[in-house]
Design a protein around this ligand. Structure first.
Ligand code: PLP
Length: 381
C-alpha cells in the first residue's frame, strides 16, 4: 500500500470516527450546567425506577472535580486511591490499611465471596437479599444457605444464627435490606454480629444506610474499630449519586483486609478509575449535598407512601430509596404495562410465591409520571 493511500485511509477513519462520535453526541440529552441540581430523565430516553439510581445525581462540586480530573486521566489512580482511603480512614477512625476501594461495592462483595469461598464450605444469608455476593459464591463451589425473612420482611437474625455450620465461612447481612427496604434493629444486629463473629466473619452491606437515618448511629463500623471480624461495605452509587462512576469501599480489620487483597492479586476486582475516585473524594467531603439528597429523598418517600395509602395499595415502609409492595397479579405484566404506557421502568419481583413491585424513588416530576400510570394500571389489574 502506498504511503499516500495509507495516510488517506487513516484520516478517513479519523474523520469517520469523529463524525459518528459527534452524531452520537447530538442524540444525547444536554448535561445540566455545572453547579445546578440535575433531576432529568435518564440518558436512555425513559425513566428508570428499577435499579435504585439516585436521580439527584452527583454533587455539583463532585461533577466539577471529575471534569478537572479528566485532564489527568493519563495518570494511574494510585495517588487519588491512597488519598480516598486515608480520608475514609480518618472519618471512620481506622487505619488506612483497613479500607479497601473497589469499582463499586460490588467489587468488594465479589472479593469477599471469592476469598471466603476458596476452600468451599458454606455462606449464610437472608432470602431474598441483594444477590451480588451470593451469585459469585455459588459458581465458586460455596454452598449458599438462604434463610427466609422474618414476619417483618427483615433478615431473620435468630434463624441465621441457628443455621451456622462448622464449615460456614461468611455471613452476609444487607442492612437496610434490598429488596424489602427494611432496617434491622441496631442493637439486635450488633448483638448478632458480636455472637456470629465468634465463629466466622460477618459482611454487613450498608449501601442504603444514609437514607435510614444518621448513618453514624446505625452502622456496624464501631465493631470493626473494636477489632471484630466484620466487613462493612458502603458505596458512592446511592447517596452520592455516582453509580456510573463505580466507586465503593469496605472497612474491616487489618487481617481481613490483607486476606481480601488476595482478590486484587488474583484479578477478581479491578479497582476504580482516577476520574471516578476524584469525584468520590469530593462527594465524600460534600456533606451539604448529602444532606440535600437525603432530605429530598425522604420527602419523595413520604409523598409516595402517602399516595399508596390513599389508593389502598399495601407496601412495606421503607428506610431506603425504593419501596416494595405486594400485588395480586403477575408483577411482570404490571411492570410491562406501566412501561408501555408511561416509559417508566420498575422492577417486578416474585418472592416466596408472592408477586411484588420494587419501585425506586425518583425526582418529584418522575414520581408524578409514575403515580398517574401506576394508579391506572393497578386499578385495571
Ligand atoms: C444492597 C446493595 N449493595 C450493593 C450494591 C452495589 O452497588 P455498587 O456496586 O454500585 O456500589 C447495590 C446496588 O444496587 C445494592 O443494592
Amino acid at each position: 500500500m502506498s504511503m499516500k493511500r495509507r495516510e488517506w485511509i487513516k484520516s478517513a477513519a479519523l474523520i469517520g470516527g469523529s463524525l459518528s462520535m459527534s452524531s452520537a453526541l447530538r442524540g444525547m440529552p444536554t448535561a445540566a450546567p455545572l453547579g445546578t441540581a440535575l433531576p432529568s430523565d435518564s440518558s436512555h430516553g425513559y425513566v428508570n425506577l428499577s435499579i435504585n439510581e439516585n436521580q439527584w445525581g452527583p454533587s455539583p462540586k463532585a461533577r466539577e472535580a471529575m471534569v478537572k480530573a479528566v485532564s489527568y486521566a493519563y495518570e494511574y489512580p494510585a495517588v487519588p486511591h491512597r488519598k480516598l482511603r486515608e480520608e475514609i480512614a480518618v472519618h471512620e477512625g481506622v487505619d488506612p490499611s483497613q479500607v479497601l476501594i473497589g469499582a463499586g461495592s460490588s467489587d468488594l462483595l465479589k472479593a469477599s465471596s471469592y476469598v471466603y469461598g476458596l476452600q468451599g464450605g458454606s455462606l449464610v444469608a437472608a432470602e431474598p437479599t441483594f444477590n451480588d455476593l451470593l451469585r459469585w459464591a455459588e459458581p465458586n463451589g460455596t454452598e449458599v444457605i438462604r434463610i427466609p425473612w422474618n414476619d417483618e420482611f427483615s433478615p431473620d437474625l435468630n434463624k441465621i444464627s441457628s443455621s451456622l455450620r462448622s464449615d460456614t465461612r461468611l455471613v452476609y447481612v444487607c442492612n437496610p435490606e434490598n429488596p424489602a427496604g427494611t432496617l434491622c434493629d441496631t442493637s439486635e444486629l450488633k448483638d448478632f454480629c458480636m455472637e456470629t463473629a465468634k465463629s466466622c466473619p460477618v459482611f454487613v452491606d450498608e449501601a442504603y444506610i444514609d437514607f435510614a437515618g444518621e448513618a453514624d448511629k446505625l452502622t456496624m463500623m464501631g465493631l470493626v474499630r473494636e477489632g471484630l471480624p466484620i466487613i462493612v461495605s458502603r458505596t458512592f452509587s446511592k447517596a452520592h449519586g455516582l453509580g456510573g462512576m463505580r466507586v465503593g469501599y469496605a472497612v474491616t480489620t487489618p487481617e481481613i483486609a490483607e486476606k481480601l487483597k488476595l482478590a486484587y492479586v488474583h484479578g477478581v476486582v479491578c479497582g476504580a478509575s482516577h476520574v471516578s475516585i476524584e469525584g468520590a473524594r469530593v462527594a465524600y467531603a460534600d456533606r451539604q449535598w448529602l444532606t440535600h439528597v437525603r432530605t429530598e429523598t425522604a420527602k419523595v418517600r413520604a409523598d409516595f407512601e402517602g399516595f399508596l395509602d390513599n389508593i389502598g395499595q399495601p407496601f412495606i415502609p421503607s428506610y431506603t430509596t425504593f419501596v416494595l409492595m405486594p400485588v395480586n397479579t403477575d408483577s411482570k405484566v404490571i411492570a410491562d404495562t406501566l412501561f408501555n404506557m408511561t416509559k417508566v421502568r420498575i422492577s417486578p419481583r416474585l418472592i416466596h410465591g408472592q408477586n411484588y413491585l420494587r419501585i425506586s424513588l425518583g425526582s418529584p416530576a418522575q414520581m408524578r409520571k409514575l403515580k398517574s400510570g401506576l394508579e391506572l394500571v393497578l386499578a385495571a389489574t
